[in-house]
Design a protein around this ligand. Structure first.
Ligand code: FES
Length: 398
């Protein structure tokens, strides 16, 4: 297929995420950060980092990693004065190396305050209004015995165990969660198992919010679910949260340069025939890094680095080198891209929305506190095995 990016025609593959088409065409710089206009590119390839926000067919703020190529997409860079590469507003990053405190800058200075305010409104924000209003999705109220959030290994296991009672929602293009990058065949097999047990599976769908009506620990569980075709207000008897972990972000200077991606994203790109470069720094260790080494060795040059050795990423609009401390010396290592694997943070946000308590552990971050049966609050469970499924069956029968 063909798409255009800032007016230039590019080849793309039908049905792939738009971000992959752009990366394959060597477009790693896709957007600019709202305030300092720093160059931004895809980091997660799963709709979680905002590094790939573009205007698509006149609609602003579309995450390119969540848009499926149908052919003919008109992709434009938003929020720049000039071009994607030469954004005059990026002078803000140069002029304010310590950042801008927009609450205090010229605030209260007679004559200047309103001027600065109106300038800030023009340069900040995320793009211009849409050319036309997108079609409104029809909304519907539904009853769902068990809502499972997350279609990775744990969520699919829950769906297979709970069968026809279960409706599984996942925001990925296909089911499998991390397995879509690590072991796509295994992901497909688990998805088949869940479907043949009678579960309903809704990929490309997001649980936007969980609430209790009326408010309070014992109110009925309600989920707001957005699918590609409709919006659902789902009344649920039980909810299973199998939301996994967020990709970790590396802790070194310039970690936001385009070309710095999570190892999971790099692996996903590789699985979809998109190479990030011929020399890639692989920083950190974990299952995604291991899979990258196993699958990419021989095809690309991998420079493996310990996270504590990396001082900063270097480059203007995209990473071109890494500065690292190796054997007591500071080295500049040329690379085309960097993949980072580190301990991800648990996705606890939905659990908190429905009343779960969270505990902080320095090594693992915040995670919901679960009882012996996997419950984190009344009717809400984290996927954890047969004891949990039994508790849910009892709840449905009661
Ligand atoms: S949101 Fe698209 S790459 Fe992260």
């Amino acid at each position: 297929m063909e798409i255009t990016h800032d007016g230039q025609a590019l080849p793309a593959r039908l049905g792939e995420p738009l971000a992959l088409s752009l990366i394959a065409a060597d477009r790693l710089l896709l957007s600019r950060s709202p305030k300092l206009h720093r160059p931004r590119g895809p980091y997660c390839l799963r709709g979680a980092c905002e590094g790939c926000l573009v205007r698509v067919n006149g609609l602003p703020n579309q995450p390119a990693c969540r848009v499926i190529v149908e052919g003919g997409e008109r992709v434009e860079t938003q929020n720049v004065l000039g071009t994607r590469e030469t954004d005059l507003l990026s002078a803000a990053d140069f002029l304010f190396p310590q950042g801008i405190d927009h609450h205090r800058l010229m605030a209260g200075v007679r004559g200047l305050s309103p001027l600065v305010g109106s300038f800030a409104r023009r340069v900040a924000g995320l793009g211009k209004l849409a050319d036309h209003a997108p079609p409104a999705l029809p909304a519907e109220r539904v009853e769902v015995p068990v809502l499972i959030v997350g279609g990775g290994r744990a969520g699919l296991g829950a769906a297979a165990a709970l069968g026809p009672h279960a409706t599984l929602v996942d925001d990925g293009f296909s089911l499998g969660g991390a397995l879509t990058a690590l072991d796509p065949r295994r992901g497909e097999e688990l998805a088949r198992r869940a479907l043949s047990a009678g579960a309903t599976c809704l990929p490309r769908s997001t649980v936007v919010a969980l609430s209790r009506e009326p408010e309070g620990q014992r109110g009925e569980l309600t989920a707001l679910v957005v699918t590609p075709e409709r919006t659902l207000v789902a009344r649920c008897r039980a909810i299973v949260l199998a939301t996994g972990r967020h990709d970790a972000a590396p802790a070194f200077a310039n970690n936001d340069l385009p070309g710095v991606l999570s190892a999971r994203a790099a692996l996903f790109a590789w699985q979809n025939d998109v190479l990030l470069g011929s020399r890639i720094a692989l920083v950190g260790a974990g299952r995604f890094a291991e899979a990258l080494v196993a699958q990419m060795s021989g095809a690309v040059e991998l420079v493996q680095l310990d996270p504590s050795s990396v001082v900063r990423a270097l480059g203007r609009d995209r990473i071109s080198a890494v500065e690292a401390r190796v054997e007591g010396k500071t080295r500049r290592i040329k690379v085309d891209a960097l993949a980072f694997d580190g301990p991800g943070a648990p996705s606890f946000e939905l659990a908190v929305q429905c009343g779960a308590e969270v505990r902080f552990e320095p090594e693992a971050g915040y995670s919901p506190v679960a009882g012996a049966d996997g419950s984190v609050s009344e009717g809400v469970f984290v996927a954890s095995g047969e004891t949990t499924w039994e508790a849910i069956r009892r709840r449905l029968a009661g």
